[in-house]
Write a new protein. Sequence first.
Length: 170
Amino acid sequence: MIRIPSHAALLLLLALAGCGGGEEAETLLELPISGPDAVPAEGGAVYDPDETADGDGSLRIEAADTTTVFLHDAGAFDLDDAVLSYGAMLRSADLEGSAYLEMHVRLPRGEYLARTAASPLTGTTEWVSRRTGYVLDVEEKPERVRLFVTIHGRGTVWIDAISLTREPRP
């Protein structure tokens, strides 16, 4: 007979039940695109009430050449030892090249990029979810986080349901 200490048995039961007490994602920022007021002051995107992933409209970017479009300055966050995750819904039409999310994370030791370049949009697509993340070390707190979408080439890209979350480190 195998004997399991009572605390180990409890941990085993919690793990088998899917209740291991692990951290869950925390939403830091949600940017619904629900009207012209959602358009960033810097140029490059326009509000499109007809194309939408969530029913409230989206931002449309018509690129004639390679461009990076600023979407939002999320500022600083008092968090560390986590994954800072930027996600959005994207759609493309006649995209001759690629498009992906890009997040700039400024830390005390410099500015770093996280991007979804490994799974870009190309051609014409329906709405797809994309997410990129940056792993923050212990006591490594972001001083500024900025969100962008980058398009290499020509075509149209829509972005909707933008979010920033804190997720537990793997």
